[in-house]
Ligand binder design. Structure first.
Ligand code: ADP
Length: 605
C-alpha cells in the first residue's frame, strides 16, 4: 500500500518536472544552438544559381542609383546571351518612370523567357506589384519578404507562402524554382507540391522553410559589368538580379553563421535549399514531448533502481545527452529545440534525486527504527520471560526429583501455575504493545478500580523494592473506577514503579499518590532517586532513550518502557506528566479519566 502511494508520489513529482521543463520559454537559446549546428553544414554539389549583382562598381560606372532601370535593362540584355534557366529580379518595379527608360526595359523583359518579378507587402497590408507594363511579361510574381521574425536580424527561414489581402504569394525563390523546373505549385493545408517534390510545411505555420546556407562565395556573384565575360558560368542556372552595393542595398541581413548578406543572395540560398530538396522541418510538439518524457523517465528509473553515485553519474550523462540531442535530429533534417530537453532533464534528475533522498531515505530510516523497536520489544519480552521460566523450571525439577511432602508439592504446583500465567500475561502484553505501536489494537473496555490496579502492581514490585530496602507507601483509600484495558494499565503503572525503584538508591522511599477530581484520576509515583536533568526530560519518552545518569548507574534498561507507558496512557485518553529534580527525585503522574467508585456502583451519571 505504502509502496503504491510511493510510486504515485514519485510519478507525480516527475510529471511536474516534465510539465515545468516543457513550458515554452524564449527561443533565443534554441536559435543560438541552431545557428551553431547549422554552421557545420557543408555542400559538395555545385550551386544551381548565380547572383547578378548591381554592385558598387556598376553603380559608379553607370551613374548611380537613379539609373537602376537602364542597368537592369543592360543586365537582361547581357543575360539573354547566357540563356539562364530563369531570371528572378529582386527589385521593386512599381513606379512609372520616363518613357525612354521603361520602354527599353519592357523590350528586354519581353525577350526574357523565364522571368520572375517580385512584389512587396505595403504597411497597410496590400500587395505592391510591378507596373502593369511589366507584370504580364513575367511568368510569375513572387514575394520578396526575407524576415520571418524580427528578433535578432538573423535570417534563418523564409515564408514560402505569404497570404495577405486574400491573395497568396509564393516566395521569389520558390517561383524561380517552379519556372526553372517547368512545373506547377500545388498547395494543400499541409504541404506544397512542386512537380514531384513535396515540402511538408503547413499553411498555418506560414510554410516557414529553414534556409540551408552555403558557405560565403560558393554561390557565384557576377557584377552586371562582368556578364559578357561569364556567360558560361550563368548558362542553365537561375540568375537572381539585385542590388549588392553596401550603401545602396537596404535589405542586408545576417545568416546564422554571422555573415552579412545582401537580400538577393539570401533568395539565392533559399533557391539552393529548394533545388537540393534538402529540407529541415521543425520538430513537432509530440516528438519534443516524447523525448523530454523519455529523459525524465530515464532519470526516474535511474534513481529508483540504482543507488550511491550511479544514478547521479547517469543523471549527468542524461543531461549531457539532452544538450546534444539537437545534433542527431539535425542530421535527420529535424530542427529540435535545445531548451526543453535541457530543462526537463535537469528538473527530472533534480526531482528524482530529491524525492529519493528525502522521501525514500526517510522511509528507510523509519522502517529501520521500526525494526529496531521490534527487536527491542522482543528483547524485553525475552528478558521478562526469563524469571517466570526459571521459576517454573526449578519447581518442576524439584517436584520430579525429590519425594516432597504434599504441602510443599502443592505450593510448587501453585507457583508453576501462577508463573505460567505471568508468562502468558507477558506474551499478551508484548503482543498488545506491538499492536498498539502499529495503531491497530482494539482496546478492551472493562471497568476496574484504581485501588485494585495499585494493589496488584505494588505486590508485583515489592520483591524488587525489598532487595534495595526501598519502602513503597500507598495513599489510602484510593478511590476511582477506570475503564479500559487492565492488563495494559498494569503494565504502565508497574513500569513507573520499577523505574522508581531502579533509579533510586537503597534505603529510600517511593510514594504512590492518588487524587480523584470530578472526572480525572491523578496517579503519581514519586521517588527520591537520581532525578532527570531538565534538558533530558523531554526525551525520556522517546524509544531507546536513556539519561546519562541512568547509563552511569549500571542499571540495565532498554529505554522503551516509558514510550510504551505513554502510548498506553494516551490510547486510554489520558496523559502523563513528569517533574524531576536531579539528585532529589522524580514524580511521574498519569492523568486518567475516572469516576468515583460509588457513582459507578450506583450507576449514577
Ligand atoms: P529503561 O528504564 O528500560 O531504560 P524507560 O523507557 O522506562 O527505559 O526509561 C527511559 C529512561 O528514563 C531511563 O533509562 C532513565 O534514564 C529515565 N528514567 C525513567 N524513570 C526514571 C526515574 N524514576 N528516575 C530517573 N530516571 C528515570
Amino acid at each position: 500500500m505504502a509502496g503504491k502511494r510511493h510510486i504515485i508520489g514519485y510519478a507525480g513529482v516527475l510529471s511536474a518536472a516534465l510539465a515545468v521543463g516543457f513550458v515554452p520559454v524564449t527561443p533565443r537559446l534554441d536559435y543560438y544552438i541552431y545557428d551553431l549546428i547549422s554552421r557545420t553544414d557543408t555542400y559538395t554539389a555545385p550551386p544551381q544559381s548565380v547572383v547578378v549583382a548591381i554592385d558598387e562598381e556598376t553603380l559608379q560606372a553607370r551613374g548611380g542609383t537613379r539609373n537602376y532601370r537602364p542597368i537592369l535593362t543592360e543586365a537582361l540584355q547581357g543575360l539573354a546571351q547566357a540563356q539562364p534557366a530563369a531570371i528572378a529580379i529582386d527589385m521593386l518595379l512599381a513606379d512609372r518612370t520616363e518613357e525612354q527608360i521603361d520602354k527599353p526595359l519592357e523590350a528586354a523583359m519581353l525577350a526574357t523567357p523565364n522571368l520572375v518579378l517580385h512584389s512587396l507587402l505595403t504597411s497597410d497590408g496590400r500587395w505592391e506589384d510591378p507596373l502593369p507594363l511589366f507584370k504580364p511579361l513575367a511568368k510569375a510574381v513572387g514575394h520578396a519578404h526575407l524576415e520571418l521574425q524580427r528578433t535578432d536580424g538573423i535570417s534563418r527561414s523564409i515564408a514560402l507562402q505569404v497570404i495577405a489581402d486574400d491573395d497568396a504569394r509564393y516566395a521569389l525563390a520558390l517561383e524561380a524554382y517552379k519556372i526553372a523546373r517547368g512545373a506547377q505549385i500545388m498547395e494543400s493545408l499541409e504541404d506544397l507540391q512542386i512537380g514531384d517534390t513535396a515540402i511538408d510545411l503547413p499553411r498555418d505555420g506560414a510554410r516557414a522553410m529553414p534556409i540551408r546556407f552555403r558557405a560565403p562565395g560558393e554561390i557565384p556573384t557576377i557584377s552586371v559589368l562582368q556578364i559578357p565575360h561569364n556567360l558560361e558560368a550563368i548558362r542553365g542556372k537561375v540568375a537572381f538580379i539585385g542590388v549588392t552595393s553596401l550603401p545602396a542595398a537596404n535589405d542586408r541581413l545576417l545568416n546564422p553563421a554571422g555573415v552579412e548578406l545582401p537580400g538577393v543572395e539570401i533568395h539565392a540560398h533559399a533557391y539552393e535549399t529548394l533545388a537540393r530538396g534538402d529540407f529541415l522541418y521543425p520538430a513537432g510538439n509530440t516528438l519534443v514531448l516524447a523525448v523530454c518524457g523519455m529523459l525524465v523517465l530515464a532519470a526516474g528509473l535511474a534513481f529508483w533502481f540504482l543507488s550511491g553515485w550511479r544514478p547521479y553519474a547517469l543523471g549527468a550523462l542524461l543531461i549531457v545527452g539532452a544538450m546534444a540531442s539537437p545534433i542527431p535530429f539535425y542530421a535527420q533534417g529535424i530542427v529540435f529545440p535545445f531548451f526543453p530537453p535541457l530543462a526537463t532533464s535537469w528538473l527530472g534528475v533534480a526531482a528524482a534525486a530529491s524525492y529519493q533522498h528525502f522521501v525514500v531515505r526517510r522511509q528507510l530510516r523509519l522502517a529501520q527504527s521500526d525494526k529496531e523497536r521490534y527487536q527491542q520489544a522482543i528483547h524485553w519480552a525475552a528478558h521478562e520471560m526469563r524469571t517466570p521460566l526459571t521459576a517454573i523450571q526449578g519447581s518442576s525439577e524439584l517436584m520430579t526429583r525429590y519425594n516432597l511432602p504434599d504441602a510443599k508439592r502443592n505450593q510448587l504446583s501453585e507457583m508453576i501455575n501462577s508463573e505460567s500465567k505471568r508468562l502468558a500475561r507477558i506474551i499478551q502484553t508484548f503482543l498488545d504493545v506491538e499492536r498498539l505501536a502499529e495503531g491497530q489494537v482494539e482496546l478492551k473496555r472493562e471497568p476496574f478500580t484504581a485501588a485494585d490496579l495499585v494493589a496488584t502492581c505494588h505486590q508485583r514490585v515489592a520483591p524488587l523494592a525489598e532487595r534495595k530496602r526501598i519502602s513503597i507507601t500507598l495513599d489510602t483509600p484510593i478511590d476511582g473506577t477506570l475503564v479500559g484495558d487492565r492488563e495494559l494499565m498494569e503494565f504502565a503503572l508497574y513500569n513507573l514503579l520499577t523505574n522508581a525503584v531502579k533509579y533510586s538508591p537503597a534505603d529510600t522511599q517511593v510514594r504512590v499518590r492518588a487524587a480523584l477530581s470530578a472526572k480525572e484520576l491523578r496517579l503519581a509515583v514519586e521517588d527520591q532517586g537520581m532525578g532527570i536533568d531538565a534538558k533530558e526530560l523531554k526525551n525520556i519518552f522517546n524509544k531507546f532513550y536513556r539519561t546519562k545518569k541512568a547509563e552511569a548507574s549500571g542499571e540495565v534498561g532498554t529505554g522503551i518502557g516509558l514510550s510504551i507507558v505513554q502510548q498506553i496512557v494516551t490510547s486510554h485518553g489520558g496523559r502523563i506528566d513528569v517533574t524531576s529534580t536531579p539528585g532529589k527525585g522524580s514524580c511521574f503522574t498519569m492523568i486518567l479519566m475516572a469516576r468515583p467508585v460509588s457513582q459507578v456502583a450506583s450507576g449514577a451519571e
